[in-house]
Design a protein around this ligand. Sequence first.
Ligand code: ZN
Ligand code: FE
Ligand code: FE
Ligand code: ZN
Length: 268
Amino acid sequence: MQTPRPPDYHVHTPLCKHATGSVWDYIKEAEKKGIKEICFSDHMPSNGIYDPKHRMGLEQFQEYLDTIQGAKEASPIRVLLGIEADYYEGCEAFLERILRSADFDLVLGSVHFLDGWGFDDPEQLPVWELVDVNETWVRYFQLLKRLVNTGLFDVVAHLDLPKKFGHRIPKEMLKELAAPLLDLMAEKGVAMEINTSGLRRPVSELYPCVEILHMAKERGIPICFGSDAHEPEMVGYAFLDALEVAKEVGFERHAVFRNRKMSFHPLP
Ligand code: ZN
Ligand code: FE
Ligand code: FE
Ligand code: ZN
């Protein structure tokens, strides 16, 4: 008997061109680790212009839907259909079209690009030397607020992602930037992901940091867990550690999604 773990709501597939293994390898790994529910939330398809290198082509989107639907029907654990959708200015029309075309359980919202700069892409790391770190964080949080305001997303993924390579800002500044965003999430009923992939990055910390977790708890923002697995072995990565942190902060339940409706389960 394994220790129970919460659902993993952030799992990629090889269609994104930078993940390995098959959908079934991810499912088997979840089963092995005692995870009873996973959500495939691969990077949303390319519109032809935006970051085509790191996502499926639009012509592969139906294959994605069919693969996950097939897995939903045959898997011994519960499989959800999700998507990790990037917010950028002008994304709304395309995103609405994608979201209308299938019955998604869950839509993760992310910001990976600032004015065309993929700030969390290792290949674009040198750009950090050219920018003002504080300003970068300010712009990042502006985009996250717009993301939440669109009403198109259920969860904010890896909320403090710009810290990935260690580009931090003072904690007081971070809290000041995060507060209005978290107010907005609470008002709009948008949940927050505890993403364990930060623990395997240079920053070596959960996304988001514990201070932001406390601020989310104070505001009653629901949480869910995501490994951001791009390899099958990473499903449920460090979930017991993340669970412990969530409990220490005072969370007692996690969000569960079906057909984009949120409900709650007690933390295992
Ligand atoms: Zn990815
Ligand atoms: Fe992401
Ligand atoms: Fe991801
Ligand atoms: Zn991600």
